[in-house]
Design a protein around this ligand. Structure first.
Ligand code: DAH
Length: 336
């Protein structure tokens, strides 16, 4: 064997050994292509071997060429197996990262639900809309004019004391009733008017049946000849729809500055009467205040306490339970 042939054989074996070692040492998939190119790439370590092969005596070339081919195949195979080794490791690592212990107890997802008072309010609004009332709206921060004066409650009026008012700066207040929406609505349109106005009202008062924030639905029906009989019929029918035909309901004479005559409706709770709404024929002065002519139009108004109705429906004895947001309490209600 010529010296050149022997040297080439030694070079082939050395490069092959070096490449095999490099292939098994690659640690990252991203490095694989670069390391491989160092050996079998165009400018890799095998390229000069081919040139050296060309310089050998012709009779030496076949065996040296075969040795190069075998070496290169071995190197390619080594990089191929490095590739699958790294891919497997990457997969194993990903699986390890995303591992789930299926024996752990599940996490309970707490589902929210509509608050019982909101549920009652929604039901009442649905019912009243079916009677033909339209929805109306007004601000929670009101002026004395709308909350009191135009409702026939001038500042000297003793009835103002019935409602403990939260006063704000600048002559404003938190509305104590939804009744100002009556005035705002009538001021902005001509009769006939048949509206309900659900919303929050505020009074400086707190005990088992009074919360400083509560909900009312105001109702107003003005037309040429809406009478006290319409009031009785509408409200009786309404409460029958709500509680069934057998629940005792009573009308009691009462007083409100913005209605004349005025009544209150009580519902029998099973052990006592509970007042649920105030109502009456809209006072002529209120009609005049909004520019209506009391000789031409008349009608009735009512205001009902939503939270009270919710208490009756669910047999709740203390209104404060409703707003403590105690999940143990709230969970007892049907969810919706
Ligand atoms: N605004 C009254 C209150 O909060 C409730 C009320 C009574 C409203 C009679 C009315 C009504 O519309 O006619 O106590």
């Amino acid at each position: 064997m010529s010296e050149a042939h022997a040297r080439l054989q030694a070079d082939i074996d050395a490069i092959r050994a070096e490449a095999l070692e490099a292939a098994s040492a690659v640690e990252r998939e991203a490095d694989l292509a670069t390391v491989r190119a160092r050996f079998v790439g165009k400018k890799g370590a095998f390229a000069p071997l081919m040139q050296a092969l060309g310089r050998l005596a012709p009779e030496d070339r076949p065996s040296a060429g075969a040795r190069i081919n075998v070496a290169r195949d071995a190197v390619e195979a080594a990089f191929e197996s490095a590739r699958s080794r790294l891919a497997e490791a990457a997969l194993a690592a990903a699986l390890e990262r995303g591992r789930v212990d299926v024996t752990l107890p599940g996490r309970v997802v707490a589902a929210g639900a509509t608050h019982p008072v909101q549920q009652v309010l929604d039901d009442l609004v649905d019912l009243l809309c079916a009677f033909g009332f339209e929805l109306a709206d007004g601000p929670e921060v009101e002026t004395e004019t709308f909350n009191f004066d135009l409702l026939n409650m001038p500042s000297s009026h003793p009835a103002r004391d019935m409602q403990d008012t939260f006063y704000l700066e600048g002559g404003l207040l938190l509305r104590t009733q939804t009744s100002p929406v009556q005035v705002r609505t009538m001021q902005s349109r001509q009769p006939p008017v048949r509206i309900i106005a659900p919303g929050k009202v505020f009074r400086c008062d707190a005990d088992t049946t009074h919360s400083p924030v509560f909900h009312q639905i105001e109702g107003l029906w003005i037309d040429r000849d809406v009478t006290m009989a319409d009031l009785k019929g509408t409200l009786t029918h309404f409460l029958r729809m709500l509680y069934g035909p057998d629940r005792p309901v009573r009308f009691r004479p009462s007083f409100f500055p913005f209605t004349e005559p005025s009544v209150e409706l009580d519902v029998w709770t099973g052990s006592r009467w509970m007042e649920v709404l105030g109502a009456g024929m809209v006072h002529p002065q209120v009609l005049r205040n909004v520019g209506y002519d009391p000789d031409q139009v008349q009608g009735f108004a009512f205001g009902l306490g939503v939270d009270r109705l919710a208490m009756i429906r669910y047999g709740i004895t203390d209104i404060r339970y409703l707003w403590e947001n105690d999940a143990r309490f709230l969970r007892q209600f049907p969810t919706r």
